[in-house]
Design a protein around this ligand. Structure first.
Ligand code: KG4
Ligand code: ZN
Length: 333
């Protein structure tokens, strides 16, 4: 039997609708980014993001159905990101998903955004449990242990800034456009030397992270150069910052895999697009014989296909949401 799910994701500044079959086959995955709109403000403006979602959501829905070339009557369920995220943005997706589900008399499935990022891996890989997932995005930095499908245990998380947030703030300090992560990544790739920056290992056994000290160290380097009227080599700063982030992420992830006897390490979230991080994890995992799963670039950043993949698990358990389902800015995994 083929289960076809229409999924909606509007948690931040991407309006996305996708049609996914059996949690694996992506029939369409339409993503409309508002990046250009927010770029001039140096960050996502929540009010503008919600308005843009309202303007585009029905068009994106139509396009996703058209591209998948399926009949709406063949759909099995409608999935939607319940949270976490910007509440005004989430509500637009929620209302659209509910309206669609009501009109076609389909069940509704609320999905956690981070579960979506993790299950993006399922669209291209076969998952084996227990597994360890490193989630790195604009709002999250977490090590998630999964004993079985749909069971999430956060064993470590950031105590301050998320990795993507730190990337974006460092990029801004270096005068790079928003969102800065990819620009810092590119500069780091091109650099031939690094400015040594600190690493926050925290307590010996902790799987938690902290990136605000590192971010402050970068700001201090930038300010000192300004005061001394020196020309700062941005690429050297970018590589120093990136190496500090990667060292901590890789070391803690591998220690977690070993301690929990995980069969696989999954990388998930927008920062999974980072070339330096992908390379470092690949090298270390190969050396230690740990299977590493990474989604392709377009499935790392926010998209609705990942929501469709995570929703399939809930469909299998017939774990449907009521029409009273509320969008939540903060939502535990
Ligand atoms: O997962 P995502 O699309 O949205 C959230 O759920 O937050 O992640 C967006 C974050 C941004 O902070 C962006 O700068 C970062 O992912 N990002 C990167 C790269 N591509 C995107 N950070 C570092 N290197 C990249 N190549
Ligand atoms: Zn995300």
């Amino acid at each position: 039997m083929t289960i076809t799910i229409l999924a909606v994701e509007t948690s931040c500044d991407e309006t996305s609708v996708s049609i996914v079959q059996n949690g694996k086959k992506v029939c369409s995955n339409v993503v409309s980014s508002q990046m250009e709109t927010h770029e001039k403000f140096g960050g996502v403006v929540p009010e503008i993001a919600s308005r843009k979602h309202v303007e585009t959501i029905t068009l994106i829905m139509e396009e996703a159905i058209k591209q998948a070339n399926i009949d709406a009557k063949d759909l099995s369920a409608v999935a939607v990101t319940q949270g976490p995220g910007l509440v005004g943005s989430l509500i637009v997706g929620m209302v659209a998903a509910k309206a669609f589900a009501c009109a076609l008399d389909l069940p509704l499935i609320g999905v956690h955004h981070i579960a979506g990022h993790i299950y993006a891996n399922q669209l291209v890989h076969d998952l084996e449990y227990p597994l360890m997932s490193l989630v790195v995005s604009g709002g999250h930095t977490e090590l998630v242990y999964m004993e079985a499908p749909g069971s999430f245990k956060i064993i470590g998380q950031t105590r301050d800034d998320a990795v993507g947030e730190a990337y974006d703030k460092v990029a801004r300090a270096l005068g790079l456009p928003y969102p800065g992560g990819p620009y810092v990544d590119k500069l780091a790739q091109e650099s031939d030397a690094e400015i040594k920056l600190p690493r926050a290992w925290l307590e010996a056994n902790s799987y938690d992270f902290s990136f605000s000290g590192l971010k402050s160290a970068v700001l201090s380097v930038v300010n000192q150069a300004k005061m001394k009227r020196e020309v700062l080599n941005k690429a050297h700063v970018a590589l120093g910052f990136q190496n500090s982030v990667i060292d901590v992420l890789v070391e803690k992830s591998l220690r977690a895999v070993r301690q929990f006897n995980a069969k696989q390490l999954l990388l998930a979230g927008g920062v999974a697009a980072n070339k330096g991080l992908r390379q470092a994890l690949q090298t270390r995992c190969e050396k230690e014989g740990i299977p590493l799963l990474i989604p392709p670039l377009d499935l790392c950043t926010d998209n609705a296909a990942m929501i469709g993949a995570a929703a399939f698990l809930k469909w299998e358990k017939q774990d449907f949401s009521s029409m009273d389902l509320k969008s939540e800015a903060r939502l535990p995994l």
